[in-house]
Design a protein around this ligand. Sequence first.
Ligand SMILES: [Zn+2]
Length: 268
Amino acid sequence: MDKSLEFLKSMSKEELNTLRRTIESILFPEPIPVSIDHEASDVRKGKSAQEFPHCVHCGSDAIRGHGTYNHHRRYLCVSCKKTFTDITKTCIAHIQKRDQFRQYIVCMIHGMSLRKSAKQTGVCLKTAFDWRHKILHALKMTPRQQLRGVTEADETFFRYSEKGSRKLSRPPRKRGGGKGPGLDDDLVCVLTAKDRSSCPPVIETVGRGPITSKRIHEKMKGSFNHQNLLLCTDANNSYKKYCKGLSVLKPIFLKTQYYQRSSRISIN
Ligand SMILES: [Zn+2]
């Protein structure tokens, strides 16, 4: 299952409502005022530079107003001569049924299945599938804060699903089996980390098979604030190797048995 969906399921009702309002405010900003000429004039004079600083194609801040396109402000980049609007390269850039898309976000936040969401919003299953992935991709692109202070990290495993595949790369499974977490290449390792702040946890798919220090380096790049980090993990050697070369403040490695028994320090 997608880790972003897992994350959504772990949120409370209030948090989900706040998330929905935030997404809606980003995706559906206030309608363009009647005085569009005035707005374009402001852009030309650079008054909105902070609000809309860069060209979405080349990153230049030399942009000017260029009328409207599909009821959205249009801009011309002086550097690359390309035009773009407020929604170019966003997840609603090519969506025609915006009202239904708004309803779809609500369905997704409430954990409805693709079929139910499609029925509720009046779109076909393929569209519902595409929209889900557009939203998940947009969530993934959202910048996040680095974890700091007391931070707990652990890995969890999910069976690699080949549901729907017409050519299985392995013999069909008969109710579980396998060597167990960390030993079986048929399991997908997911690394999770959370500090004591209200920031959302970091959840990264590491790959199939056991976790290694190299994989932790690759996946957690930029997620930890090494100057102010007290990392608590189990006694897995991969974490020890990971901490060795870094200036992590007093890493704490807990014995597996104790780690499993204590509910106070478990991140699960
Ligand atoms: Zn440009």
